[in-house]
Ligand binder design. Structure first.
Ligand SMILES: [Zn+2]
Length: 506
């Protein structure tokens, strides 16, 4: 009991529980001093919010195929090497057919009848403007004939499009006759309503090619601003808008990578516990890619830092992977699993954090897994009493979802996606202009990083390896695009060609 004297009063009752658990041998297989070091490092010497500030402030949003993502990967590898991790490297998962960078000059505003800035976005990989472009706004005409009858009327005009676009953003379908007539007339671009006060970042990265990339200026604004334009037009008031969109798109291929780093095991080094999160994000103007998924990446980076700093000696290797291509269809994690078809048995389990800034509240576990995880509850809840952790017993491993754990689940490798609980309203920041560090919760991230460090350490150090579920304990395979069920790995469903109301976050 002695070494627990340092803990606060609230943890004393927890210590009682721990003591009982210890008495019960739940922790017998883990050196108590090591558990204490991990807890102390994670709770009292946390760097998770500094890591998030680095990702969101020094780097910014990190779209797949962007220089920001590459810069983040390079800087992170320097940190990992500095923390003493081994085998730190980039693993290429493929190439992206084009490059993208949203430049700092992003201007959007109404000039007349009111001088008012807009919240707005343009799809990734879509063209911008040559400097600020000011022009009158007109509703989209009814027909190509109407345009062709007086093309001069539409030169340099911002066309107000009739239908809101929602989360998926403007369609880049083949042009209609009307589209072509407007393009020929030399319009400035098209303005859509998002249909809400939220602006969603968008881009249809999956299957994109240089030839199928968006080639028109497409701007989305908030419903309230859009309605204001229409009200003014209905009152025959002159409406003038200005957009300056510094968008950089270039022909690829652009190589894409996952970041990998190891904390080698001493007894079964070939067996791995993977802790992971996706590093790529969207980049609607204003967004820093904080909660999707700067928080998950920071939690996993901090967890591996805590373990390295605590000098743990796991039996199995603890591997950190920061995926990319997640928002474009789980591209990095799909490739990682496909590349290891013949050695998936070496992956004992993978953890994924992609649920925003809320704290890790628990997991659904089949009975055989409970003894491996249950000991975590008293020790975590003693140290972090305000953010209770609880594991639920289930009869089958669910294989649905929409983040990087799914390719593992579909290959029948245990993939744990933490249930995140707390005050953050995820939809407010999910791919929106509000995805910024000020909308994250530092205390929750400290809990999550410490919890992940302990969970990985316990699975990597337990004398027995976590068993695979029996065949009848695997739920139905994750969804394929278009709704079919499948057992093999498949691209995720991340470009928004359907409603996202099902049970996952990403
Ligand atoms: Zn995500």
């Amino acid at each position: 009991m002695g070494e627990y004297q340092t803990m606060t009063m609230s943890t004393r009752s927890g210590v009682l529980v721990v003591a009982l658990a210890v008495a019960a041998g739940a922790f017998a297989q883990y050196p108590k001093a090591t558990l204490d070091r991990i807890l102390d490092e994670g709770k009292n010497h946390s760097q998770v919010n500094q890591i998030l500030a680095f990702l969101t402030g020094e780097i910014g949003p990190r779209v797949t195929s962007s220089p920001n993502l590459a810069k983040a990967q390079t800087r992170i590898m320097d940190k990992l090497i500095g923390w003493g991790l081994k085998n730190v490297h980039l693993e290429q998962w493929g190439e992206f057919p084009l490059g993208w960078h949203r430049g700092d000059t992003q201007i959007g505003r109404m000039v007349e009848p009111f001088d008012e800035p807009f919240a707005f976005s343009t799809p990734c990989w879509a063209p911008g403007t040559q400097g600020p472009v000011r022009g009158v706004a007109l509703r989209q005409p009814e027909s190509a004939a109407e345009v062709n009858a007086d093309p001069q009327k539409y030169r340099g005009v911002w066309i107000i499009m009739p239908r809101p676009v929602g989360m998926g953003g403007p369609s880049i379908a083949a042009p209609t006759e009307l589209d072509t007539a407007l393009d020929r007339a030399g319009i400035a671009g098209r303005v859509y309503s998002s249909g809400a006060e939220i602006i969603w970042a968008a881009g249809r990265g999956r299957d994109i090619t240089w030839d199928t990339r968006p080639q028109r200026v497409l701007v989305t604004i908030r419903k309230s601003d859009y309605d204001r334009i229409l009200r003014s037009l209905d009152r025959n008031r002159k409406v003038e808008l200005e957009f300056g969109l510094e968008n950089h798109v270039w022909k690829g291929p652009v190589r894409q990578y996952n970041v990998v780093a190891d904390l080698p095991g001493w007894q079964y080094p070939e067996e791995q516990i993977i802790i992971s999160a996706h590093l790529d994000s969207w980049d609607a103007p204003g967004s820093q890619g904080a909660s999707d998924n700067g928080t998950g990446s920071s939690v996993m980076l901090e967890a591996i830092r805590i373990l390295a700093k605590s000098n743990v000696r796991p039996r199995r290797t603890i591997r950190l992977v920061l995926w990319s291509g997640e928002e474009q269809g789980l591209l990095g994690s799909v490739a990682y699993v496909n590349k290891r078809r013949d050695s998936l048995d070496q992956i004992v389990a993978m953890f994924n954090d992609d649920g925003g800034s809320n704290y890790q509240g628990g997991l659904n576990l089949i009975p055989a897994w409970m003894p491996f995880f249950k000991p975590l509850e008293p020790i975590m809840n003693a140290a972090f009493p305000d953010t209770p952790l609880k594991f639920n017993e289930v009869s089958q491993v669910a294989r649905g979802g929409g983040s990087d754990h799914v390719p593992f689940l579909n290959a029948k490798v245990p993939g744990f996606h933490w249930t995140e609980t707390g005050k953050q309203v995820y939809r407010y920041v999910w791919h929106t202009q509000h995805d910024r560090i000020e909308n994250t919760f530092p205390d929750y991230l400290r809990q999550s990083a410490t919890n992940t460090a302990l969970a990985a350490y316990m699975l990597a150090t337990h004398p027995e390896r976590l068993p695979r579920p029996k065949d009848d304990q695997w739920g139905a395979g994750g969804r394929r695009p278009g709704g079919g069920l499948g057992d093999d790995t498949f691209p995720g469903d991340h470009d928004h060609d359907h409603d996202h109301d099902h049970d996952h976050d990403h």
